[in-house]
Design a protein around this ligand. Sequence first.
Ligand code: SAH
Length: 234
Amino acid sequence: MKIGIIGAMREEIIPLLEIFGKYEEISLGGNIFYCVSYKDSEIYIAYSKIGKVHSALTASSMILYFKCEKIIFSGVAGGLRQDLKVGDLMIATKLCQHDVDISAFGHPLGFIPESKIYIQSDPKLNEIAKSVAKRYEFDLKEGIIASGDQFINNAEKKQWLIEKFNADAVEMEGASVAVVCDLLQVPFCIFRSISDSADGQADVSFDEFLDSSARISANFVKNMVDTLLQQDNL
Ligand code: SAH
């Protein structure tokens, strides 16, 4: 099987490269794809750079050029829901683009004609994630992720995201990866560990917890990959 693992920032994939150890480097479209041979499979790991455009390109490259059959995103996010604390890990049930606004034409916020507001992540991959969490007695949260090309660090905007999109966490890449995978019909799942609470202290919290939260996500993703490959061999 070929699996693609995407992070947005270098810090989000470093723990994965450390875990897998040996890799080949392939440059394409401004990204380096770290190719790991693992248990008769190939795993492509890359950080896209921040934002929806970059992550869409990376997901497209993984699928169309490297022929990845599953896409996993591993990274950090701002928590919107009260019970999401720094270090908590969540999977996205569905994702939306909170910065899409053509409401001037009567469309709902986040809606693009011939598309949809929310893209569902793959239920089978999410089930595997939950089974991994159960096995390790890990408290894996789930919820709606809103993505946009903005770092959210104010209480008003945070409340707006909750009210308009019912969002539980906010980040800058998940929904674009979701759109690409959905259109190209490749199963995907999005893991995000909370680095901040998208409030007035979000930038300070992000800087403090980026590395530790990224590691929490990466460690879980490694277990996820092991389970995925095990099931593939059954
Ligand atoms: N400190 C970085 C910028 C980080 S942008 C620099 O100076 O280059 C935040 C990154 O983490 C994005 O990739 C986004 O997906 C995620 N993220 C974490 N908390 C977020 C928040 N509160 N709002 C939006 N994105 C957030």
